[in-house]
Design a binder for this molecule. Structure first.
Ligand SMILES: Nc1ncnc2c1ncn2[C@@H]1O[C@H](COP(=O)(O)OP(=O)(O)OP(=O)(O)O)[C@@H](O)[C@H]1O
Ligand SMILES: [Mg+2]
Length: 305
């Protein structure tokens, strides 16, 4: 389904809590990566202007009540199967871009388009794991299915699969206070994964984690985004403040500046799957330097504005 939401407030309706999602799709929730050879190399190479767009913003402006300009004029096209990171100083509008792409917010002017299968919703992972503190990991992960009317029997398979995929199978009965920060983020990813998203929107999900846990979760995320059944990899828009994380994960790093605009883009031309060896390459170091430089230029331009 192709959809466009304009300033008129028209949305595609896929975000409603009661949106029906065929449960047979959910059965494969924990499967991403399971049906392909984990060592198989693949390239995205989809950021060409002719590749079909999964998500796009055209001349989008978002002014909050009170006059705060969160996005001045953003045009961004994300191809189906592309992994794009958004990087930029605090307050430059990264979270606003994600909210607009998810349909949780509407632009003041401009056009947002999403091309999602019927009934599909993007998997949205927030910076804070936002788990229900009184409920077990299993109950938290069941939530999106419950809201769509699934019964206990229908939920068991997909929830087990999602918990296995993020490495939490042994913690299904724990409550959030018994989990480490990394485990909470894994539970949050499982809650999104249970709906089998092929479009992920991730807002600094690993910002509060130590380096080693962050590396491990970067790897988990890439494996959840792998191509399924010979198809395309999942589409992902990932917000981060870490230059290294952006380069490691992405096919393209988009650098934003204040007020709400895109100032540069850096292509990361390296095949997937990526692993620790990629971080040790001269190419990785050169790309990180290039992205840092773009960030630096964004802040200098801002200071001089
Ligand atoms: N609900 C709101 N009402 C008014 N202003 C808002 C609202 N949400 C965000 N803003 C403002 O819009 C601008 C962009 O906010 P946004 O949260 O998108 O930035 P960000 O790049 O995600 O920042 P950070 O890196 O700190 O998360 C900021 O100036 C912020 O203060
Ligand atoms: Mg933010």
């Amino acid at each position: 389904m192709s959809s466009a939401c304009r300033a008129s407030g028209i949305t595609d309706g896929t975000i409603g809590l009661r949106a029906r999602v065929p449960l047979h799709r959910v059965e494969s929730a924990g499967g991403p990566g399971a049906r392909v050879d984990p060592r198989a190399r693949y390239s995205r190479h989809v950021s060409s202007p002719t590749a079909p767009a999964a998500l796009s913003l055209a001349q989008v402006r978002r002014v909050y009540p009170g006059g705060r300009v969160a996005l001045a004029d953003v045009t961004l096209r994300i191809a189906a199967g592309e992994f794009v990171s958004l990087l930029g100083p605090s307050g430059c509008g990264k979270s606003t871009v994600l909210r607009l792409l998810s349909g949780l917010d509407l632009p003041t002017s401009g056009t947002i388009s999403r091309d999602l299968p019927d009934g599909a919703v993007p998997g949205y992972v927030f910076q804070d794991a936002a788990l229900m503190p009184w409920a077990s990991v299993r109950r938290n992960v069941e939530l999106p299915l419950m809201l769509r009317g699934a019964n206990a029997q229908q939920m068991r398979g997909p929830v087990d699969a999602a918990l296995r995929a993020v490495g939490l199978a042994d913690s299904a009965d724990a409550v959030p206070r018994e989990l480490s920060g990394g485990m909470k983020m894994r539970a949050s990813m499982a809650r999104a994964l249970v709906m089998s998203p092929r479009v992920w929107l991730l807002d600094e999900p690993f910002g509060a984690l130590d380096e080693i846990t962050r590396f491990a979760l970067n790897q988990t995320l890439l494996s959840l985004c792998k191509p399924l059944d010979g198809g395309k990899p999942a589409t992902a828009v990932f917000v981060t403040h870490s230059v290294y994380e952006a380069v490691f994960l992405s096919e393209r790093v988009v650098v934003m500046g204040r007020p709400g605009r895109i100032v540069d883009e850096v292509a990361v031309d390296a095949p997937y799957p990526r692993d620790a060896a990629f971080r040790a390459t001269p190419k990785f170091a050169a790309l990180c330097a290039q992205v840092s430089d773009a960030l630096q230029r964004a802040s200098v331009a801002e200071a001089g504005a």
